[in-house]
Design a protein around this ligand. Structure first.
Ligand code: NAP
Length: 495
């Protein structure tokens, strides 16, 4: 079993308090994945100080050189992909193929951001005056506090660390206390790739103490947070009060519309993987299915039949389709929501129970759960459950379906299955979410385009690549005007 330390100023160190906490395998509660140092304010102080000191030389390191280190990190991630994927399954519970996919996202992000080191461009534009030139430059922001959740335990740290570093910032990473070992392996890889000391620091510990102190620390210039709406909103308040930039990526209540002309088999597959992939623990999970009246019964039958064949178990076992949920508190919360759904009058047609036998005896397993006859305003159709619970809602037509999708506090991802190009165009125009999929599920974003939501799903700028993506989040514009009319005047006088 690993002992997991903080990484501060180029050294792996214990926390000041000497206290520890345990990271466990949610599929086998008795298996401890790591014993982790529990940090406090003093550890954060040291990490921020190291990041401040390193900033002076890192910001002056040419961006292509910074990119070379990121490129090397991506190579090491590729080399270690299999073992990292297995670690993700042990620590977070997702099935191995998804664990490997998560690592692949980090690899892709590493290569992509390494390339940005050579494309880091601004603009030059003509001046209104004959002896003046002007340009805009991207410059780093300073020290970033990066706070990450457990559901993509390597990909999300990489989505923040790689762009922050390529832009010339230094950083303090505070990962989820449910997946500290994955985050630590990721930092180890950057160290192996040659990252200078102090550029990236890692501090483990409870979010309410360590994360909140980091967000309000006077030595930090900006915060990038991914996690729940409640935490994100709280941090937005803290940062707003001290005029600190913050970017938040938060929850979702994503929906798939299934129209009467949809390819139902395709739509069922999308609903299965959107609803039950990662055990429903994706910010983009398809937790609502808004299905046209004409195909409602047929769709439900197919969907139920397909979902009932999903096998629960340890994600390292080949036959497993759906792993455990992350921890006891999520386990209890999800089961409470099942009771809420029943009380609200929705009809439970599959699952709804914990599974504690056979492969599932030792972990936090909940059966894939389907509610039908759900009305859009029910709590199970409005609130983020973050587990394998899907609500099916009937709709009359496209316009009503779009209204239902839009009528939640969230706005991250949505999808429509239809064969009609006009319906897809209307959906693309009118769905109020950061991401819209046509004939694909609500999951599967790629890093070459900006990622993020609106309303309660996100605040501030976006993540990932493309125009308006992470470079805009992790750098700021500096505009330079140069007036050389003095030189012209001198030339005229000399003449
Ligand atoms: P969370 O409870 O909000 O925690 C996220 C991170 O914030 C963790 O590192 C946590 O540390 C820390 N934290 C908790 N309380 C804090 C506080 N008061 N101040 C500062 N930091 C604090 O969320 P989660 O359960 O880890 O993740 C699930 C949520 O993330 C879901 O809502 C999901 O939709 C969302 N998510 C969104 C995206 C997106 O891109 N939109 C992607 C993935 C996940 P501890 O672990 O130590 O508590």
């Amino acid at each position: 079993m690993d002992r997991i330390k903080n990484y501060i100023d180029g050294k792996w160190v214990e926390s000041k308090s000497g206290e520890t906490f345990r990271s466990i395998n949610p599929a086998r509660r008795n298996e401890v994945v790591g014993v982790v140092v529990r940090s406090g304010r003093e550890d954060v102080d040291q990490a921020v100080k190291a990041a401040q000191q390193a900033y002076e030389s890192w910001r002056l390191t040419p961006a292509p050189r910074r990119g070379e280190i990121l490129f090397k990190a991506a190579e090491i991630l590729s080399r270690d992909k299999e073992s990292l994927g297995r670690l993700e399954t042990r620590e977070m519970g997702k099935v191995l193929s998804e664990g490997l996919g998560d690592v692949q996202e980090a690899i892709d992000m590493g290569y992509y951001m390494a390339g940005e080191g050579r494309r880091f461009s601004g603009e030059t534009v003509p001046s209104e005056l004959p002896a003046k030139d002007m340009k805009s430059l991207r410059v780093p922001v300073g020290v970033f506090g990066l706070i990450t959740p457990w559901n993509f335990p390597i990909a999300i740290p990489s989505w923040k660390v790689f762009p922050a570093l390529i832009c010339g910032n230094t950083a303090v990473l505070k990962p989820s206390s449910d997946t500290p070992v994955c985050a630590t392996k990721f930092v180890e890889i950057l160290v192996e790739a040659g990252l200078p000391k102090g550029v990236l620091n890692l501090v483990h510990g409870p979010g309410g103490e360590v994360g909140e102190y980091l967000a309000s620390h006077p030595g930090v210039d900006a915060i990038s947070f991914t996690g729940s709406f409640d935490t994100g909103k709280r941090l937005e308040g803290i940062c707003g009060a001290i005029h600190r930039m913050i970017v938040t990526e938060m929850g979702g209540k994503n929906a798939i519309i299934v129209m009467d002309d949809a390819n139902l088999d395709l739509a069922v597959e999308g609903a299965i993987w959107g609803g039950f992939g990662t055990t429903g623990q994706r910010c983009t999970a398809a937790t609502r299915l808004v299905v046209h009246r004409k195909v409602y019964q047929k769709f439900i039958e197919k969907f139920r039949k397909r979902a009932s064949r999903l096998k629960l178990g340890d994600g390292l076992q080949k036959e497993t389709h759906v792993g455990p949920v992350i921890n006891e508190s999520q386990f209890n919360k999800i089961l409470r929501y099942v009771e809420v759904g029943k009380k609200e009058g929705a009809k439970l047609i599959l699952g709804g129970k914990a599974c504690q036998k056979g492969n599932c005896a030792e972990g936090y397993f909940i059966e894939p759960t389907i509610f039908v006859n759900v009305s859009p305003e029910m709590r199970i159709a409005q609130e983020e459950i973050f587990g394998p619970v899907v609500s099916v809602i009937q709709t009359e037509d496209l316009e009503e379906a779009i209204r239902i999708v839009n009528r939640t506090p969230y706005g991250l991802s949505s999808a429509i299955y239809t064969q009609d190009v006009n319906s897809s165009a209307v959906a693309e125009r009118d769905l109020e979410t950061g991401i819209v999929y046509i004939n694909a599920s609500t999951i599967g974003a790629e890093i070459q385009l900006p990622f993020g939501g609106i309303k309660h799903s996100g605040y501030g700028r976006k993540e990932a690549g493309g125009r308006g993506g992470a470079l805009d989040t992790y750098s700021r514009w500096k505009v330079i005007y140069r007036d050389f009319s003095g030189r012209l005047q001198k030339a005229q006088i000399d003449k």
